[in-house]
Ligand binder design. Structure first.
Ligand SMILES: Nc1nc2c(c(=O)[nH]1)N[C@H]1C(S)=C(S)[C@@H](COP(=O)(O)O)O[C@H]1N2
Ligand SMILES: [Mo]
Length: 440
């Protein structure tokens, strides 16, 4: 479908098809995908620009809704709307991991074109004109002027006072493959390396503002946002729509109902028209395509805080950890796996480090498998909910295989251990990652 030339044109970083507007581009891609015209790894820039000129692209999306899920299952595509060039992404089933090497030269914030996607089913393509956010439950008394349940539309939400934050979203399973490759432990689920994370600018309405408009009762304890994507079936069980309770404390703190990512409307894959962003917490908290929020005066449960996203295993005898909240401290090199580096030449090793429990304080790097550690130079101001970029200069002497390691410590003193405690689902892999390279 797509010629090699077109693909080269599209995939070259300098020729990334951002113009005229990434959001419009995504929507064009969405329409094509829904029509079954986008089986090829991507579409050419020329085609995109031509299609972007067609009027009524938005109207073409109306009413398509959840058909996307069924289609994805039928044709065995990942169910992701945006292009997934192999230089940038590694596809795992319905998910797309950012190749960390592809972040080299990308700025502090990850553009949507490079941002990982984690979908339980497939991207929901939603028409903002008919979208509504419904708030309901016994944790609300409803405002006197509004009927219960309280409903907001897209324009009403966009008219509320907004806030803009920079935060990463990281999957709790990020790094899961290392339980197997480094610790010899079998764990089910997506075998992420380090690329199940991205940092972006999010703009939206604080959840607390919306809760207050909706008439929050003082005895509310939990809120549970629910996605409009398909129902999640696994192991012969239908778990229903993706939803996970959030304690009211966090909900009233820094949680955002975001409608923009990096200054543009959210792309379909990242939750258009509105998603939850829960800074520093496991990615599952940040529900995409949110359609309703239950507000409750009693604790709420869903499979996502009972069976999933808790730690089960020998370290939690007789039970499980509490539902996961903050992500752990991690580091990653902006280098391909098994990268080749020239012997005798100066190489600058680049990477990024982050933590959900505090600002990054220190990054150390070893170029000899963990014997000698040197401090890397951090080039971003450490901040809450944010990663930092760093680098370290290195001149490998001899040819041969080398294991690179990076170890980060945050302001609370939390640092990366040698091994991560095994847990059944392989969440929160925070140990130092052994990154193999070859000096040639
Ligand atoms: N509705 C809905 N929200 C969701 C998910 C999903 O499958 N459906 N996946 C969650 C998980 S597990 C993660 S890690 C993040 C990923 O966000 P991203 O795809 O924008 O990177 O979205 C979360 N929100
Ligand atoms: Mo996730």
């Amino acid at each position: 479908m797509t010629t090699r030339d077109d693909r080269d044109d599209r995939d070259a970083p300098s020729a990334r098809p951002m113009a005229p507007d990434e959001a419009a581009y995504d929507r064009v891609r969405a329409v094509q995908w829904l029509r079954g015209e986008a089986h090829a790894p991507g579409l050419s820039r020329r085609t995109m620009l031509r299609l972007a000129g067609i009027a009524g692209v938005g109207a073409g999306l109306a009413g398509t809704g959840l058909g996307a899920a069924a289609r994805a299952m039928a044709d065995d595509t990942p169910g992701i709307v945006k292009p997934l060039p192999p230089e940038i992404f590694t596809v795992h089933g319905t998910n797309a991991e950012t190749n960390f090497a592809a972040l080299r030269g990308v700025g502090f914030h990850v553009p949507a074109s490079h941002f990982f996607v984690r979908n339980h089913t497939s991207t929901a393509v939603i028409d903002e004109a008919t979208w509504r956010l419904r708030l309901h439950g016994d944790g609300l008394h409803g405002s006197p002027t509004l009927e219960r349940p309280v409903t907001f539309d897209y324009d009403q939400l966009r008219a509320m006072p907004s806030r803009t934050i920079s935060a990463f979203v990281e999957c709790a399973g990020n790094g899961r493959s290392f339980y197997t490759t480094q610790q010899g432990q079998e764990v089910p689920g997506t075998p992420w390396r380090t690329g199940g994370i991205g940092q972006a600018v999010w703009r939206g309405v604080p959840l607390r503002t919306v809760l207050r408009y909706a008439g929050l009762r003082p005895d509310a304890v939990d809120v549970m946002p629910r996605g409009l994507d398909g129902e999640f079936n696994s192991g012969g069980v239908n778990h229903g729509h993706v939803r996970r309770p959030l304690p009211i404390r966090k909900a009233l703190d820094d949680v955002l109902l975001a409608y923009e990512m990096n200054g543009r409307p959210l792309p379909p894959d990242h939750g258009f028209p509105v998603r939850v962003v829960v800074p520093s917490w496991v990615g599952i908290s940040s529900i995409k395509w949110v359609g309703d929020i239950e507000v409750s005066a009693r604790p709420l449960f869903s499979p996502w805080n009972t069976d999933f996203y808790r730690l089960f295993g020998p370290s939690w005898p007789g039970g499980a950890s509490a539902p996961l909240t903050e992500q752990v401290v991690k580091s990653a090199f902006e280098l391909p796996w098994q990268a080749s580096l020239p012997a005798g030449a100066h190489t600058r090793l680049h990477g990024r480090s982050w933590s959900g429990t505090g600002r990054v304080a220190k990054v150390e790097v070893s170029t000899d498998g963990g014997e000698v550690w040197r401090r890397a130079r951090i080039t971003d101001d450490p901040r809450d909910n944010g990663w930092v970029r760093w680098h370290l200069d290195w001149r490998p002497r001899q040819a041969g295989p080398v294991v690179l390691k990076a170890r980060t410590t945050d302001h609370t003193g939390a640092t990366q251990p040698e091994t991560s405690p095994f847990n059944r689902e392989g969440y929160l892999f925070g140990a130092v990652v052994a990154h193999p390279v070859t000096v040639t």
